[in-house]
Design a protein around this ligand. Structure first.
Ligand SMILES: C[S@@+](CC[C@H](N)C(=O)[O-])C[C@H]1O[C@@H](n2cnc3c(N)ncnc32)[C@H](O)[C@@H]1O
Length: 212
């Protein structure tokens, strides 16, 4: 199959966002307060953060409420439209995680991501984590989470949108040691990791917090 994982992620999450139109996104409650608190503990007060693969900007909005200068980046322009509507005071950018290097200009003290790196093929993970490392200053913090599914299958997946149509999307599954190894290889120091259920019990995830 000759498809581009970033483009397919945009198609999938655009469709999700369009399906949400006219519905309240309130039901997509923030699920990760505990995790975000841990992230914030390691950041300077009123520092700046980027939420990469921010979706509708729920975590970005939370970080902004806590006093951080916050940016959100996502490849799905329809998700970003919703994020901008719900959070007009925040800066949201439509872009691919493969292009992060240029955002050094935003001087982030921290970078956060939740289940977005999973949409990249494994061959890209070292490059993207390397870019994240390079755009952070010395002491900068990165937090990342991955879903754990028992019958996980790295590769192309398909979701039926109606009787005749479906969308293909890519998912990469990792173990915690596997991700720690890549993070260390690009230069990060791991300061904390956890494995557990999300606060709304929707899925099992592991989270890694690391420092440049
Ligand atoms: C599972 S959703 C998570 C959204 C949000 N982080 C949250 O936790 O609610 C994955 C998000 O990653 C974004 N994404 C996937 N691949 C991407 C890529 N290559 N570049 C930028 N964003 C991407 C998708 O558009 C989607 O919004």
């Amino acid at each position: 199959m000759n498809k581009n994982p970033s483009l397919q992620a945009a198609i999938l999450y655009d469709a999700v966002a369009l399906g949400l139109k006219n519905k309240k996104i309130g039901r997509y409650n923030l699920r990760y307060r505990k995790k975000l608190k841990k992230f914030m503990e390691h950041l300077p007060k009123k520092g700046s953060v980027i939420d990469i693969g921010c979706g509708f900007g729920l975590e970005a909005a939370y970080l902004k409420r806590k006093g951080f200068l916050t940016y959100g980046i996502d490849v799905s322009s329809e998700s970003i439209k919703i994020a901008r509507q719900v959070n007009p005071n925040l800066i949201f950018i439509v872009d691919d995680l493969l292009n992060l290097e240029k955002y050094k200009i935003l001087n982030p003290n921290g970078i956060h991501e939740h289940l977005s790196l999973m949409n990249l093929p494994k061959r890209s993970i070292k490059k993207v984590l390397g870019s994240i490392y390079r755009i952070l200053p010395k002491g900068g913090i990165f937090q990342s989470s991955f879903e754990i599914i028992s019958d996980n299958k790295t590769g192309w997946h398909r979701i039926k949108t109606d009787k005749n149509n479906s969308i293909y999307y890519y998912l990469s599954f990792y173990s915690l040691p596997e991700i720690k190894k890549v993070l260390s290889s690009v230069g990060f120091q791991i300061i904390f990791s956890s494995v557990g259920r999300e606060e709304d019990k929707s899925s099992d995830i592991f989270t890694v917090l690391c420092k440049k």
